[in-house]
Ligand binder design. Sequence first.
Ligand code: NAP
Length: 490
Amino acid sequence: MAISEQELLASVPTGLLIGGEWVPATGGRTFDVQDPATGAVIATIADASPEDGIRALDAAVAAKESWAATAPRTRGELLRSAFDLLRERADEFALLMTLEMGKPLAEAAGEVTYGGEFLRWFSEEAVRISGRYGPNPEGTGRMIVSRHPVGPCFLITPWNFPLAMATRKIAPALAAGCTVVIKPAELTPLTTLHFAALLREVGVPDGVLNVIPTTEAGAVSAPIIADPRLRKLSFTGSTAVGKKLLQQSAEQVLRTSMELGGNAPFIVFDDADIDRVVDQAMLAKFRNVGQACTAANRFLVQETVADEFTRRMQERIAQLRVGRGTEEGVTIGPLINAGAVDKATSLVSDAVEHGATLVAGGEPLDGPGHFLPPTLVTGVPEGSRILREEIFGPVVSVVPFGSEDDAVRIANGTEYGLVSYVFTGSFPRGQRMIDRLESGMVGLNMGVVSNAAAPFGGIKQSGLGREGGAEGINEYLETKYTLTPDPFAV
Ligand code: NAP
């Protein structure tokens, strides 16, 4: 029988996980977690202090040698058991994400699948950490290149994909033999706590994974980052916070991975299959109610098809249903908080002031909950803020363009470079666009690119490093080179 909301919430740990124990925060401090669809408090959990953060790092340091020495096969099999158990409990995790973050249940179930794939992928990668061995060019020695866990890692995750952002970091770190301290977002800590309990259940040893939700992200993180025992920071969140953390990391010359903001162009040429364009545009825009770093932020549509694209999108938008993510048939849940609604609506107003036309939506719904109906603006002029800033909401902004060169210029005219989407029926043009677009990922006639087997990440101010794919585990490994005398020369 399906678990009820109350039973599920009662089963989620409310403490900090430090050294294998669920413990209260220093001084018994707690904070509330709310359902963004209703504003109701759904849990009260421990609120880590800076001292708690250092205690968590102590635990990760204490466990680092034994975890690094644990056989790769054992590490991989623990991750595989976690994958299997997560699949068994997929409904629970989906419901928990809907409750704390708001996304519709079907999407939350999709995130459980996507997030789980990182466990499966890295369970397989754990046993493929290899090196090189060979003669030096002079023939006087043998060169050994080996790879080793970087050591204790600090992982900071955002609220928009509460499970997948955690598994995308925890799985490669553990596979590589690193111990971790994870700080989930204040708005959505429950999924990480629940997932940590699952990892404990499958046998992840004490101290290998430590979890410290907190309302004081900056004050708790800074001493951990400043501690010379920490060897790696992996952050997913906004570019502004990422830059601050990079500055702090410079002090210890810390290894960093930065998955930051995006401003994805979705480029439609007039030779594209319009049915496919519209289907994929709906996914690229409305997945997670637009609250994704990979969300299409700017729809650049060739002038000859801009009206048809707008009309078709308007028809599709009219079919979406706004409501609490737990309700049957709801496709658009709430935004994460009131600030998110204000930001998206102010970007729409600015575009309209610049001369854009509001075709649908634009007005938030009355509370409770933070709902903005799907919104469509067309003819957005180039100076508008909506084209420079992340919307992070269900807003389609259409910018008509003339030539391929215009599309490339507008698409690349941003400090971000995470992902670009291109729709064209021409193979040579598609290949040219891959070369010309300044982004770490390209969806060519595809509106979603995320996959555990692929190197996810951005260029320019969208980040450093890659998560997932064969590259993902490298972020948690150091390369060591050893020279030995040639065995025939000694
Ligand atoms: P955010 O405000 O940057 O927060 C991200 C995380 O950083 C949260 O855990 C937050 O804690 C923490 N944080 C905030 N200030 C900090 C500080 N001074 N020191 C240490 N940690 C700090 O971003 P968000 O609003 O949660 O997430 C949305 C952003 O994430 C968007 O820009 C989106 O594009 C980006 N994102 C990128 C990717 C990617 O893979 N490239 C994926 C998903 C999201 P609190 O929750 O307590 O504030």
